[in-house]
Design a protein around this ligand. Structure first.
Ligand code: NAP
Ligand code: G4F
Length: 336
């Protein structure tokens, strides 16, 4: 039985990757950080009480800000594969807490790599890099496109990417960096734009809210469906050679298109409900991201399956299904 360690297991990608690896027969260990309330909700479907002797999923307290906790865990668990997904992952928030973001999202990568180098015993390593690193680079963006980060988050991710390549080249580690474009799902954090829009469309339809405040509607992103992206992470670690890959759909759409599609799906005219609040603008934004995922298609055999409109609809439907019962039926009755 292969053993994997996932940092960021309680996040969107961590939860999908956990399900994926458990289905493949892995023993999965995950790092969760201490919080004052439960932060394991996304794992509810697969987590069983630790007294259950048949369980192959184990959670441990550690933190990317605490090098000793990482080294201790890696030494104890001796995983075959390490997926480093933990990060302060919100771009807008990174402008408010830049030092913290650089510490966790940037230096945190170095802490994991250094622990792995010392006690990891040859484990394969996946780094969750981001298309945000491309920033204002001219699209389409591929593995050879020069980076131009536009936020503290993107700068921190760029450090994480560079140090991953450096550890591979310096110490011969099997370390891969996945440069993933935006990927979404009903498990996306509520303050990212797709989930915020999907949730608002469902709740406005259900009569629970009246308005949706957004920032830059013209930004364009290459949006895919998260469960498909975790397979690409795994595929990278199954290759003969460690390499870096861009993962995306090769299509780009604006925030405005996402809004229009979501509201159309519940039979509402978005212009009646959406207002601009400049508080959601960023000191510097990324205008357009568009992946050139050819290398992943050719070498990994990976392509996306869920298209843009299908993604929007599945996210809005999930929000509608999560409404309290009376509002849900109201929403359905009103839907065309
Ligand atoms: P997410 O939902 O925000 O999850 C982030 C995870 O990191 C959570 O489990 C979080 O724990 C954990 N975390 C945060 N700070 C930590 C710390 N100091 N120590 C240990 N764990 C910590 O992010 P995601 O969307 O799943 O993305 C996964 C990774 O891919 C992130 O590194 C993100 O930056 C990167 N990425 C995401 C996308 C995307 O479109 N989703 C695209 C490119 C790259 P809590 O649950 O306790 O908050
Ligand atoms: O949903 P977002 O916050 O995602 P963003 O900034 O693209 O970052 C996400 O994708 C990255 C991959 O490229 C990841 F690395 C990162 O961790 C994260 O998962 O914003 C998307 C766009 C931005 O241009 C933003 O300005 O939507 C625009 N936007 C407009 N109104 C808004 C809002 N974003 C948010 N979060 N909230 C708004 O009200």
């Amino acid at each position: 039985m292969k053993r994997a360690l996932i940092t960021g297991i309680t996040g969107q990608d961590g939860s999908y990757l956990t399900e994926f690896l458990l289905k493949k027969g892995y023993e999965v260990h995950g790092i969760k950080r201490r919080s004052s309330s439960f932060n394991t909700g996304r794992l509810d479907g697969v987590y069983s009480d630790w007294h259950d002797s048949t369980s192959t999923l184990f959670l441990h307290f550690a933190d990317l800000a605490d090098a000793s906790s990482l080294a201790n865990l890696l030494g104890d668990i001796q995983p075959d594969e390490v997926y480093n997904l933990a990060a302060q992952s919100h771009v807008r928030v990174s402008f408010e807490i830049p030092e913290y973001t650089c510490d966790v999202t940037g230096t945190g990568v170095l802490r994991v790599l250094e622990a792995l180098r010392r006690v990891g015993d040859g484990a394969r390593y996946y780094q969750a890099s981001s298309s945000e690193m491309f920033g204002s680079a001219i699209p389409p963006q591929s593995e050879t496109t020069p980076f131009h980060p536009r936020s503290p988050y993107a700068c921190a991710k760029l450090f994480g990417h560079a140090i991953t390549v450096n550890y591979r080249e310096s110490y011969g580690m099997f370390a891969c960096s996945g440069i993933l474009f935006n990927h979404e799902s009903p498990r996306r954090g509520e303050t990212f734009v797709t989930r915020k829009i999907a949730r608002a469309a469902a709740r406005i339809k259900g009569g629970l809210e009246q308005r949706l405040f957004l920032g830059n509607l013209d930004a364009r992103r290459d949006w895919g469906y998260a469960p498909e992206y975790v397979e690409a992470m795994w595929l990278m670690l199954q290759q003969d050679q460690p390499r870096d890959y861009v993962i995306g759909t090769g299509e780009t759409h604006s925030v405005k298109e996402f809004v229009a599609c979501a509201f159309e799906h519940v039979g509402l005219e978005w212009q009646k409900y959406v207002q601009i609040d400049p508080r959601y603008y960023r000191p510097a934004d990324v205008d357009i991201l568009l992946a050139d995922p050819d290398k992943a298609r050719i070498e990994l055999g990976w392509t996306h399956k869920t298209g843009f409109r299908e993604l929007v609809k599945l996210m809005v439907d999930a929000e509608t299904a999560a409404l309290p019962a009376p509002e849900r039926s109201l929403g359905r009755a009103r839907a065309v």
